[in-house]
Design a binder for this molecule. Structure first.
Ligand code: ADP
Ligand code: ASP
Ligand code: MG
Length: 412
C-alpha cells in the first residue's frame, strides 16, 4: 500500500482534543488506503518549558542531558496519538526515535540524520498495522545516546521518513494554511503561495521563516520529496496548502517571492585587530570550535595596519562568542582593543529566484528602508537573496514596507 507521511506540529497537538482532531484527519487518509506514518511534535509550549528547565539548572549544560530532557515532549504526544487511533479502531502503535532506530551523528542538540532503517515499521504494516506514530525531533547517536535535531526538527524527521519510505507525499500540518509571502503574524497583507520553489523555501527557512526547518527543505530537495504545508484547523482538500516543489513546476512568480526576518540577532565588532594574513582564521576558527553560528561578516578598510572586524550571530550565542574570543586573546592568538556586542538588531531578507535575472532589487530594498528612516548596519547578498541587519525596533516596519514595495500582496 502507498505510504503517506503526516506531520503535526505543536499547536496541532496542543491538547487531547486537538490530538483527536489530528487523528481524525489521519483516519481519512487511512480510509483512502494509505499506510500512514504520523510524525508528532511535543504539545505547544512543552519544548520551551523543557529548554527553560535545563537552562535554569545548568546554563552551560551537558548537551547529552539537554537532549535527554527536551526530546521527552514528543514521547508523550506519540503515545497519546497511538491511543486515540486505537480508540478509533485503527491499528496503530508509537515509536520513539531509538526504537526505529533513527540513527544520527553525535552532534547533540543539532544532530544530523544518518540512517532510517525501514524494515521494522514495514514489517508491522505487513502485519496489518495501519499507522506508525513516530516521535519527531529525536534520534540515537552512535554512542547510544538520545539526540535531537535542533528546534523545529520534527519537520526534518517527517521529510526524512518520507524519503526513506518513498512516501507518496509529506504533509506538514501546522497552524497556518501554507507558506506565505511573509509571516502572517507580522503582516496582514501576507499572501498564501500555492507553490514555492525548493531553493526559495530553503533561503526563507534559513533566514528565519520557521514554518519549515531548513534541514527539512534541504532533504526534500535532495530526495525530491513532494512536500506540502497545510493547516490542521481547516477542512482538507487536494488543493489545500502550499506545495514546495522544483522551480520548473512553477509557471509565474514575482521577482521577490518572500520576506523573512530573524529577530534574535546580534552584531559583534572587534575593534582594532591587526590587519595581517591569517587574522580572519584566528578569529573565526575559535568561534566555529565554540559552536557559534557566524552569519554576516564585514572587515573594514585597514588604517595603519589595524582594522575593525564585524560579524553577526544569534543573540543566545553572544556569551559563547565573547568567551571564545577572550580566550583566543589571552592565548595571544588575536589582539583587539575592544569587543562591542549590539544585541538589539534583527535581520530582514528579501528572497526570490527572479533576482537571478533581474537587477535593481537591492537598490529598491535600500531605497524603501531609507524612505522609512531605517539605517542599515550590515548587508549580505547571494544569488537569490538580500539580507540587511537593522535595529530590532524597526523590524516589523521593515518587513511591511518591503512587502509593499515588492508588491507581494498581489500574485505575479
Ligand atoms: P509547528 O508548531 O506546526 O511546527 P511553527 O510555529 O514551527 O509550527 O511554524 C509555523 C509558524 O511559522 C506560523 O505560525 C507563522 O507565524 C510562522 N511563519 C514565519 N514565516 C512564515 C511564512 N512565510 N509563511 C507561513 N508561516 C510563517
Ligand atoms: N518540539 C520541537 C520544537 O519545539 C520540535 C518540533 O516541534 O519540530 O522545537
Ligand atoms: Mg515547527
Amino acid at each position: 500500500m502507498p505510504v503517506l507521511v503526516m506531520k503535526f506540529g505543536g499547536t496541532s497537538v496542543a491538547n487531547t482534543d486537538r490530538i483527536r482532531r489530528a487523528a481524525k484527519r489521519v483516519g481519512v487518509e487511512v480510509a483512502k488506503g494509505y499506510d500512514v506514518i504520523v510524525i508528532v511534535s511535543a504539545m505547544a509550549g512543552k519544548t520551551n518549558e523543557l529548554v527553560g528547565w535545563v537552562g535554569e539548572i545548568s546554563p552551560l549544560h551537558d548537551a547529552r542531558e539537554y537532549d535527554a530532557v527536551v526530546s521527552s515532549g514528543e514521547n508523550v504526544t506519540a503515545g497519546l496519538m497511538a491511543l486515540v487511533l486505537q480508540e478509533m479502531d485503527i491499528p496503530a502503535r508509537s515509536w520513539q526515535g531509538w526504537q526505529v532506530p533513527l540513527r544520527t551523528n553525535s552532534a547533540h542538540s543539532a544532530a544530523r540524520i544518518e540512517e532510517i532503517p525501514t524494515d521494522n515499521i514495514t514489517a508491522k504494516f505487513a502485519e496489518g498495522m495501519r499507522v506508525a506514530v513516530v516521535a519527531g525531533f529525536q534520534g540515537i547517536s552512535p554512542e547510544g545516546r538520545i539526540t535531537t535535531l535542533g528546534r523545529g526538527g520534527s519537520d526534518t524527521t517527517a521529510v526524512a521518513f518520507a524519503a526513506a519510505f518513498d512516501a507518496e507525499r509529506c504533509d506538514i500540518y501546522t497552524d497556518v494554511d501554507g507558506v506565505y509571502t511573509t509571516d502572517p503574524r507580522i503582516s496582514d497583507k501576507a499572501r498564501k503561495l500555492d507553490r514555492i520553489a525548493f531553493e526559495e523555501m530553503l533561503e526563507l527557512a534559513s533566514l528565519g521563516a520557521k514554518v519549515l526547518q531548513t534541514r527539512s527543505v534541504e532533504l526534500a530537495m535532495r530526495y525530491n520529496v513532494k512536500l506540502r504545508v497545510l493547516s490542521s484547523f481547516e477542512e482538507p482538500s487536494d488543493e489545500a496548502g502550499t506545495l514546495v516543489c522544483a522551480e520548473e513546476e512553477i509557471m509565474e512568480s514575482n521577482v521577490v517571492s518572500g520576506i523573512a526576518y530573524s529577530r534574535e540577532e546580534a552584531k559583534m565588532t572587534l575593534v582594532s585587530v591587526a590587519d595581517r594574513p591569517g587574522i580572519a582564521a584566528a578569529i573565526f576558527g575559535p568561534l566555529a570550535e565554540a559552536g557559534v553560528n557566524v552569519d554576516m561578516i564585514i572587515q573594514n578598510i585597514a588604517e595603519e595596519g589595524r582594522t575593525d572586524m564585524t560579524f553577526s550571530c544569534p543573540t543566545d550565542q553572544v556569551k559563547r562568542a565573547e568567551k571564545a574570543l577572550s580566550e583566543a586573546k589571552a592565548a595571544g592568538h588575536i589582539n583587539y582593543h575592544d569587543l562591542i556586542a549590539d544585541t538589539e538588531v534583527a535581520k530582514v531578507s528579501a528572497v526570490g529566484i527572479g533576482m537571478r535575472s533581474q537587477s535593481g532589487v537591492a537598490a529598491k530594498m535600500f531605497k524603501t528602508l531609507s524612505d522609512e528612516g531605517i539605517n542599515i548596519k550590515v548587508i549580505a547578498t547571494s544569488e537569490i537573496k538580500i539580507s540587511v541587519l537593522i535595529d530590532r525596533k524597526y523590524m516589523e516596519l521593515a518587513v511591511q514596507a518591503l512587502h509593499d514595495a515588492f508588491g507581494l500582496d498581489k500574485a505575479a
